[in-house]
Design a protein around this ligand. Structure first.
Ligand SMILES: [Zn+2]
Ligand SMILES: [Zn+2]
Length: 113
């Protein structure tokens, strides 16, 4: 199963699903704060068009800038330490970890600047 992408990266920064949901979706007509709707019901991931709609507002309402330190940010890349793929939480000896591995934060910063 494909992992759910959590962010859309843009030249402005990144647009989280939450960010995209703050505008109405031009594709499926979901209203602001409502989840996008696809063939199989609600989608966790907003339509690309919705991200674009949000990104058009980036001048007035800036998108989040990379900081490279939160877990949400780190998990957009694969973890070089425990090997989990992008979108999944890091795994430790006792299962999923609350925090991403330090190496993963570094990997993200390295990848995305
Ligand atoms: Zn939509
Ligand atoms: Zn990890």
């Amino acid at each position: 199963m494909a992992s759910i992408r959590t962010f859309e990266f843009t030249t402005y920064g990144y647009c989280t699903q939450e960010d995209a949901r703050s505008v109405a979706c031009p594709k499926c007509k979901a209203e602001a704060d409502q989840k996008c709707v696809g063939l199989r019901g609600q989608r966790e991931q907003c339509h690309q068009e919705r991200h674009w709609a949000r990104q058009r507002q980036a001048n007035e309402r800036p998108l989040q800038r990379r900081r490279g330190t939160t877990r949400e940010e780190a998990i957009v890349v694969d973890c070089p330490y425990c090997g989990v793929v992008a979108g999944k939480l890091c795994v430790g000896r006792r299962g999923e970890r609350k925090r991403a591995h330090r190496q993963r934060h570094e990997a993200r910063i390295e990848r995305l600047g």
